[in-house]
Design a protein around this ligand. Structure first.
Ligand SMILES: Nc1ncnc2c1ncn2[C@@H]1O[C@H](COP(=O)(O)OP(=O)(O)OP(=O)(O)O)[C@@H](O)[C@H]1O
Length: 309
């Protein structure tokens, strides 16, 4: 793994409520994220993981601590130039693609919104070209720009959400439960797009999930969050092989024995996505059992398919 430091979160604290009635949602959280890695933030509902992501996005203010992106402190008062830079370079993908797209706007506008906000295009042709490229990067056709969100499936809508982020040419993407609202047949497909983009654009991901089993296979390292604090942080495989904190152990032992994905179509979908830039020669994420993702080449995918026949 490339060990270039991209993001440092130091002693982060986030509070909600009033002075008298304070609620500490994130308490003394510290971690580093290295360029090119996928870093998992995992915890039960209400543990504070989204709040950490939103603090990195500067949506939630840090009451204490520092967030440092490429050696610059980005929380608190910052210069206009730095504000513009991180508005471009740090982006967020949201959980529910059915709720996170503006129904009344065409895809062209939805994908361009960040470009308009930062005036990040030379002229109309340049803007259109950027939108087309972003759509193609996520396997959607450029002509989809003229359609409205309701014309798309959940998976396509999540890809529009990814295109909207990609158009800004980010370096760090906070993906907040990006597959948990999706139908099982397209979860692996969205992971495949995220992997492809990571390879092509050297992206770094912070992957937020409530489900430890989902992140096991797709993250390099995992921080386990409990009641606003990190209780354990380790390389993903190590965390599963040798969990040290009782809460991590409890989370792992609570993972139900996965149900096999019995319908063959679920795996075939990996082969036959609506994506036109599907890379036939690259290993793909396949969800062989619920929440159990494996990176498989074509031959192995065939074996999984045959096993389900
Ligand atoms: N704007 C807010 N005002 C008040 N309390 C908040 C706010 N946002 C979050 N909280 C509280 O902070 C705690 C952490 O919330 P957060 O959304 O970060 O949890 P989470 O681990 O991401 O859970 P989930 O998976 O349900 O989103 C919760 O108790 C939540 O109710």
């Amino acid at each position: 793994m490339n060990k270039e430091l991209l993001l440092e979160v130091k002693n982060l604290r986030v509070e909600f409520g009033s002075k008298k009635n304070k609620f500490v949602a994130v308490n003394d959280v510290s971690f580093n994220v290295y360029k090119g890695e996928t870093f998992g933030l995992v915890g039960e509902s209400g543990s504070g993981k989204t709040t950490i992501g939103r603090a990195i996005m500067r949506i939630n203010e840090a009451a204490k601590g520092e967030i440092i992106f490429k050696k610059n402190k980005i929380n608190g008062k910052i210069s206009k130039e730095l504000d513009k830079e991180i508005t471009e370079k740090i982006q967020m993908i949201f959980q529910d693609p059915m709720a996170s797209l503006n129904e009344r706007a065409k895809v062209d506008y939805i994908v361009s919104e960040g470009l308009y906000n930062l005036k990040k295009f030379k002229n109309e042709d340049d803007r259109k070209a950027k939108v087309e490229r972003a759509l193609m990067d996520v396997g959607l056709l450029p002509e989809f720009a003229n359609r409205f969100p309701h014309e798309f499936s959940g998976g396509q809508r999540q890809r529009i959400g990814i295109a909207r982020v990609l158009v800004m040419e980010p370096e760090l993407i906070v993906a907040d439960e990006p597959i948990s609202a999706l139908d099982v047949s397209i979860r692996a497909q969205v992971l495949n797009i995220l992997s492809k983009l990571q390879r092509e654009k050297q992206l770094t991901y912070i992957f937020v999930a409530h489900n430890l089993s989902v992140v096991r296979f797709i993250t390099d390292r995992i921080a386990v969050i409990h009641k606003g604090k990190i209780v354990e942080l380790a390389e993903s495989e190590r965390l599963f092989e040798n969990p040290l904190h009782p809460y991590t152990r409890a989370l792992i032992s609570a993972i139900p024995h996965p149900d096999p994905i019995s319908e063959r179509d679920k795996i075939i979908e990996v082969y036959n996505p609506e994506c036109h830039n599907y890379e036939i020669d690259k290993p793909k994420w396949v969800e062989i059992e619920k929440d159990h993702f494996v990176l498989a080449n074509e031959e192995e995918i065939n074996e999984y398919k045959n096993a389900l026949l």
